[in-house]
Ligand binder design. Structure first.
Ligand code: ADP
Ligand code: MG
Length: 311
């Protein structure tokens, strides 16, 4: 193509500008984006491109403007782009930035398998984990969480001890577990978070339906497992031995990273929670076996601070 301005003038002169259609085409040709595109590609384009591709240019401009105005377009989530194909103009549709972002989010969400967890964990991130001035312990917990992610992503096939976060209600234990899972997801790793008291109830309700083993298997084999709120409800001997015991035994044998959160320290969990069955009888040997697995799988980290739950 030689003189763009001249061929455009010739074309417009030849056309009947009274017709609505021709006017729309002329507007499209005069559109600054279209002009810039034609100018940038004039060496590749055929001489009669404006005559032959008027309707393509119109399609591009009209779809772009509809998208900008928030109106219905024929490929929602996609935006029109002009490309050169065999010396002529074609319109292709590419995902918009919002669409790409949404696709990325849904991919990340699929890597975080949450069982009965609060929705807020979807938004949890290291960046939003606020560590206020004086709270050295919180900073330490955050550092250990980040260290785990760094170590795991370097050697995902080796055993890494998870973390056992304990502290009062509302200090952000669940939030931090969520942040670790989300961070791992951005690096391509899958984790499973289970609100343990709810899972225990679900398991009890599944007795007799023949799918307890299946549900326990799914949890025990998770590449990274986070058991949230262990000790929040009293646990029956059956849940302790047939659910938690089975899951932890498997994970210890297979050396799979496992995290916990609890209102109790490991010692308190052992003494006050696991050792006494629902009938009030002491079952110290069984409790000790379970604690041995928890200690093998995780490292105890205290989190303190104010209750951050919206009141
Ligand atoms: P816990 O599990 O220790 O009881 P949560 O993780 O449920 O506490 O946190 C309680 C509330 O505070 C949640 O609504 C959570 O979104 C918010 N939250 C917790 N930690 C933080 C933090 N570091 N920064 C911002 N919000 C937080
Ligand atoms: Mg919690």
């Amino acid at each position: 193509m030689q003189d763009l301005g001249k061929s455009m003038r010739d074309l417009l002169n030849r056309q009947n500008l009274n017709s609505d259609y021709q006017r729309l085409i002329a507007n499209a040709i005069n559109d600054p984006d279209v002009q810039a595109f034609i100018k940038a590609h004039q060496d590749e384009l055929a001489e009669d491109v404006l005559e032959r591709n008027g309707s393509k240019l119109y399609e591009y401009v009209s779809q772009r403007d509809k998208l900008r105005a928030g109106h219905q377009v024929f490929a929602p989530g996609y935006e029109p782009k002009l490309v050169v194909s065999d010396h002529y103009v074609e319109v292709t549709y590419e995902p918009t930035e919002d669409t790409l972002l949404a696709q990325k989010r849904s991919m990340l969400k699929k890597r975080v398998h949450a069982v009965s967890m609060p929705k807020m964990i979807e938004q949890a991130s290291f960046g939003d984990y606020n560590v206020d001035g004086e709270e050295e312990q919180r900073a330490k917990a955050l550092r250990q969480a980040m260290q785990f992610v760094a170590d795991y992503s370097q050697k995902p096939h080796e055993f890494h001890q998870g973390l056992y976060f304990y502290g009062n209600f509302g200090v952000g234990k669940t939030f931090l577990l969520g942040a670790i899972a989300n961070e791992l997801a951005t690096l391509g790793y899958q984790s499973t978070l289970v609100h343990f008291p709810s899972f225990a109830v679900e398991m009890k309700n599944s007795i007799g339906k023949n799918n307890v083993a299946e549900k326990v298997d799914a949890i025990k084999q998770a590449p990274i497992l986070m058991i949230d709120d262990i000790g929040a409800d009293s646990m029956s001997s059956w849940v302790r031995d047939e659910v938690l015991g089975v899951v932890l035994e498997y994970r210890m044998q297979e050396e799979l990273p496992t995290f916990f959160s609890s209102n109790f320290s490991m010692q308190q969990l052992s003494d006050q929670h696991l050792s006494i069955n629902q009938r009030g009888e002491k079952e110290e040997v069984k409790a000790a076996r379970l604690m041995q697995r928890i200690r093998f799988l995780s490292h105890e980290v205290v989190i303190q601070g104010p209750n951050r739950r919206p009141q």
